[in-house]
Design a protein around this ligand. Structure first.
Ligand SMILES: Cc1cc2nc3c(=O)[nH]c(=O)nc-3n(C[C@H](O)[C@H](O)[C@H](O)COP(=O)(O)O)c2cc1C
Length: 147
């Protein structure tokens, strides 16, 4: 592999699932504040990614320089708004999947049955997802952002 083919030095990707600790009716409000803060913080450390939320669950992908992704994840993991964090995938990546978004989000709704069915799920239970299926679901939720 030549240097130009190589993964951008230190590009790292982490995917995890978690459970919202608040009441269902508070999820939209929590999402709004999480997104605003994420975009602000992630931009500063070159992190991009995507967050799918629904049915009291989160599935998030973070990508960027390894130090930035790890520091961001450690901060996120201490957030009392969610619990039961389960890392689905973590390791070097050869390219960004969500380069346009410091953090994009999709709130699952009634129209997303097909999206879940493609991931083999009737209800959104991201913690048990296979890493590739999880990334596909994130990408599908993010529309045409998989390059
Ligand atoms: C599901 C979930 C996803 C989050 N994603 C991010 C993120 O991508 N980037 C980030 O900086 N904070 C994220 N947060 C918020 C952090 O946990 C934390 O509240 C925030 O980074 C604190 O930022 P501050 O120290 O600038 O106030 C997330 C929180 C939750 C519950």
């Amino acid at each position: 592999m030549t240097d130009t083919d190589a993964a951008p030095r230190g590009l790292f990707r982490l995917v995890y699932a978690s459970r919202f600790t608040g009441a269902d009716r508070d999820l939209d409000e929590a999402l709004r504040s999480i997104l605003a803060k994420s975009i602000q913080n992630n931009r500063l450390v070159d992190v991009t990614g995507f967050l799918v939320a629904g049915e009291g669950r989160f599935l998030q992908l973070l990508e960027g320089p390894v130090d930035s992704v790890q520091a961001t994840y450690e901060r996120i993991a201490r957030d009392p708004r969610h619990a039961d964090l389960a890392v689905i995938a973590s390791g070097p990546a050869d390219r960004r999947l969500f380069r346009d978004w410091n953090m994009g989000q999709h709130r699952l709704g009634a129209a997303d049955a097909a999206l879940l069915a493609e991931a083999g799920q009737q209800t959104f239970e991201p913690a048990g997802l296979d890493p590739e299926v999880a990334v596909r679901l994130l990408a599908a939720a993010g529309g045409r952002h998989l390059r």
